[in-house]
Design a binder for this molecule. Structure first.
Ligand code: ZN
Length: 403
């Protein structure tokens, strides 16, 4: 009887021991477990910020989530890669895991235009950009990086567009546009100024004579040039023209109508190629264009219908003034036009009621233009005219577009 009892007790003890051993083994070999909700590697934007997606922790079947400690240096207002650490200590057993959080900036800067996105300027008034500010969530004040593109030619009524753009350090770009309307009736012009302009140069033979005459009479003028090749002499000519105070304008890298007027992009490339070259060779920023054939030309119609209508807007939006002429010297109306014809054409067409932007040429074939120049200047001075080079914000003449 006792024997049986002892045996039973022993069996029970053995079972208890076994259970204790199993439990002990289970305790020994089991770790707490932390399970992350959401991705263990996530990307959040600065704007949406970081929100802890949650976690769970268990030890066997026991929920020990409340024992989990979360630590991190995460700053979701600053771009970077951060680690969130989750750790738990339960019954002297520890476990930990991490989550990687990448904070990215997807927000463009905010550009604020002073005086709003639509302003008005009286004709022949001065346009001064009222300014702007730009703020970025990552970069802070980025006003200094804003690029404003587009011109307002206050000598012509119409609506002009200025485009402001800026990109933050993470490639987020912002753009704002301002429309500037030039309105009103122009006043009568009684300035008695003449703007001599020379197209199609520089040439080795005619341009030096023109420059000498201008220098002799202390007259400033404007040269709308085409590609001058790699000629060191021509570069020197242009540099001395700049040094003498003349304006260098863009006529175009090529003068070939079939090439330059086949499309808007083709025309713009013809402008920017020459502009780049001028900038590199002459350290000069051209700001004004003369369309080959003038903005009123109809020849462009053979290559692209409507191209001039698009171009007059496009070049101004890209930041260039353009000018035609209101005095034609007729030096391009044929070969070897006589000096008499050139002189009388200019005399006849100049008037104090207009801007007197005189079309002339200084290509190799225009020797008579160089010869006519002294008499034109002397006559104009006697008549009380002064001379000026074209300037930013100064008068321009626009023909009626015919294509
Ligand atoms: Zn030309």
């Amino acid at each position: 009887m006792i024997k049986r009892l002892i045996r039973t007790i022993l069996i029970i003890l053995a079972i208890l021991l076994l259970i204790a051993a199993v439990l002990g083994a289970l305790y020994y070999f089991t770790e707490p477990r932390i399970t992350l909700k959401g991705e263990s590697s996530m990307e959040v934007t600065m704007k949406e910020g970081y929100q802890e997606p949650g976690y769970e922790a268990k030890f066997w079947f026991k929920d020990i989530t409340s024992h989990v400690k979360v630590s991190s240096d995460l700053n979701d207002k600053k771009v970077g890669e951060y680690v969130v650490k989750y750790s738990v200590n339960f019954l002297k057993k520890t476990a930990s895991t991490t989550r990687t959080v990448k904070v990215v900036d997807k927000e463009p800067p905010v550009i604020t235009l002073n005086e709003g996105s639509s302003i008005k300027v009286p004709i022949t008034g001065k346009f001064e950009d009222p300014g702007y500010t730009a703020q970025d969530d990552s970069d802070g004040d980025v006003t200094g990086s804003v690029e404003a593109k587009g011109i307002v030619d206050t000598y012509h009524t119409g609506t002009y567009t200025i485009t402001y753009s800026v990109t933050d350090s993470y490639g987020n770009a912002a753009t704002e546009k301002r429309s500037v309307t030039v309105e009103g009736e122009p006043e009568e012009k009684k300035n008695k100024v003449i703007y001599l302009t020379f197209d199609d140069g520089p040439s080795d033979s005619v341009t030096p004579q023109v420059l000498d005459t201008l220098k002799k009479y202390n007259v400033k003028a404007t040269f709308f040039i085409i590609d001058y090749g790699e000629s060191a002499e021509k570069i020197e000519l242009l540099k001395s023209a700049i040094a003498q105070g003349h304006t260098i304008g863009i006529h175009g890298y090529s003068h070939d109508y079939s090439e330059i007027y086949k499309s808007v992009p083709a025309f713009m490339e013809n402008i920017t190629t020459l502009e780049e070259k001028i900038r590199n060779d002459l350290d000069y920023e051209p700001f004004i264009i003369r369309f080959p054939g003038g903005s009123s030309n109809t020849v462009s119609e053979n290559y692209c219908e409507g191209v001039m209508s698009d171009l007059v807007t496009k070049v101004q939006e890209e930041g260039y003034y353009f000018t035609d002429w209101d005095v034609d010297s007729t030096d391009a109306s044929g070969n070897n036009i006589s000096t008499d014809q050139i002189i009388s054409s200019v005399k006849r067409a100049c008037s104090e009621n207009q801007y007197n932007i005189v079309l002339m040429h200084d290509s190799d074939a225009k020797q008579t233009t160089a010869e006519a120049l002294p008499e034109i200047i002397e006559w104009a001075k006697e008549e009380g005219y002064t001379f000026a080079a074209m300037e930013k914000g100064g008068p321009t003449v626009h023909h009626t577009v015919n294509n």
